[in-house]
Design a binder for this molecule. Structure first.
Ligand SMILES: [Zn+2]
Ligand SMILES: [Zn+2]
Length: 461
């Protein structure tokens, strides 16, 4: 709802005053519009629910479902809602779901230009493959800073991009799991609250100053590249509010052709070889038959020291000053192609055995092992299936042990909480006990519920 002060003319006008149209939901203002840290649509929806003191589920089923044309959401059923929550990342993306939600939110809030809170302005030239972080990532320092400065706490759109791994404002890696319950957090959840974990209700910001500084990592070349990517994407996102970006889909093919012409005299094979890319893939990009994933566009820009915006907008001057002998080229392996001939079974078997026998805590996953050895997980698994299974089993055992220890700790906390409540003369209900323990989400485990039941029965409840 927009409240505009009356002008003198209107106050003294004898004709009845025409009230501006009222919005069904609060007309809240998106945060940081026109900056690299513009708010995301899932964040806006979450704040919208908070502003009405209702859960996301209620907001979705009662307000959005009737407006959404997709049958699974339209019914407002539990299953439909969970499908929508599972596709939370897509709400901020370039597809139909993002457009549907933008239209609905605009209709209900009468707020315009909300597509800028999604990647829709870039849909003509962004490949949707591996574009997004499927679950939430965040900068604890950003959350903490906004809270300390009593600013609006929100989630920037830039955090949704898979290629954004560091916060360019705090020079630190983004966090991907809750440090308390160790779970990944979906972009939208029935209990979503900005800045809090929906599973254990813990604050996701940095808890103190030491955490803030100790997490900042030194400038390694990998970190430098991640930081460059975050800044480059920030520049692009800043443009999301502009009506015409002037970037067409075939700009990418033109830019790649231009780079190959300047740096490799038009020789696709030689360009592909120098970047360790499959020749056919580069040919498809060159001919405009496929759009490279965002990761590859960023890698090429980083290699040749050209800004992402200049690349996409085909800025002539930037192409003329390309860094032809770029040193970064040798550091950057875009697609690691390993010939089956290079696979030394005996060497890999020994390496796997060493990893299996090592006392490393936590034990590595097979994904990490494959990355360390430089081969695809499937190839390793085909040659050494038993060792791979053993490594995965060791990792699972460790995870189970950790969970069991945490459940035991929680049981102990429940017993203490029950005693404390009884001492105060209060009934030890699950809700009261939940408020006193560090991980109330653990009531989902039968063992914890049984401990509560047992503690209550001992006190004759
Ligand atoms: Zn930050
Ligand atoms: Zn948590």
């Amino acid at each position: 709802m927009v409240v505009r002060p009356y002008s003198n003319e209107e106050l003294w006008n004898p004709h009845p005053y025409q009230l501006p149209k009222r919005s069904r939901l609060n007309h809240i203002i998106p945060v940081a519009v026109g900056t690299p840290f513009i708010e995301s649509l899932t964040s806006y929806i979450t704040r919208l629910a908070q502003s009405h003191s209702i859960s996301i589920s209620i907001l979705m089923t009662r307000e959005f479902a009737p407006l959404l044309t997709k049958h699974y959401i339209q019914n407002g059923s539990k299953k439909g809602l969970s499908t929508l929550f599972n596709r939370g990342a897509a709400i901020n993306s370039t597809g139909e779901l993002a457009q549907l939600l933008v239209n609905s939110v605009e209709k209900l809030t009468l707020k315009q230009n909300l597509s800028a809170l999604t990647l829709l302005p870039f849909r003509d030239f962004l490949s949707s493959r591996e574009l997004l972080h499927k679950t939430k990532v965040w900068c604890p320092d950003c959350y903490q800073e906004w809270r300390n400065l009593t600013k609006t706490i929100y989630e920037p759109l830039i955090w949704t991009l898979k290629d954004v791994e560091v916060c360019s404002h705090h020079n630190r890696p983004l966090q991907t799991i809750c440090s308390n319950c160790k779970r990944q957090i979906p972009w939208l959840h029935s209990k979503s609250r900005i800045g809090y974990c929906p599973y254990c209700d813990r604050w996701l910001g940095s808890s103190n100053k030491t955490e803030t500084t100790s997490n900042s990592i030194t400038l390694s070349s990998k970190f430098e590249k991640s930081l460059w990517k975050s800044k480059a994407l920030g520049e692009l996102i800043t443009k999301s509010g502009e009506n015409s970006l002037g970037i067409k889909q075939d700009n990418i093919a033109k830019a790649i052709r231009e780079i190959i012409n300047i740096t490799h005299q038009g020789n696709i094979a030689s360009f592909a070889k120098s970047l360790n890319l499959p020749r056919n893939t580069v040919w498809m990009w060159h001919e405009g038959k496929s759009i490279p994933k965002l990761k590859f566009i960023l890698d090429i820009c980083y290699c040749f020291d050209i800004s992402l915006l200049s690349f996409l907008q085909l800025e002539k001057a930037a192409f003329q000053s390309l860094d032809i002998n770029c040193q970064k080229l040798t550091d950057t392996i875009l697609i690691k192609r390993v010939s089956p001939k290079d696979f030394d079974s005996e060497k890999i078997e020994n390496a796997l055995q060493t990893i299996l026998n090592s006392q490393q805590i936590p034990p590595p996953t097979m994904k990490e092992v494959a990355k360390r050895l430089g081969f695809d997980r499937r190839i390793i698994s085909k040659h050494c299936p038993e060792l791979c299974k053993a490594i995965s089993a060791k990792y699972r055992r460790y995870q189970n042990q950790i969970r069991a220890t945490k459940i035991d700790e929680c049981c102990q906390e429940v017993r203490q909480a029950v005693s404390a409540l009884i001492e105060k003369g209060e009934y030890p209900s699950e809700a009261r006990v939940s408020r006193l323990i560090s991980q109330p989400g653990y009531f989902r485990y039968k063992k914890v519920r049984m401990v509560l039941k047992d503690a209550k029965s001992k006190q004759n409840f």
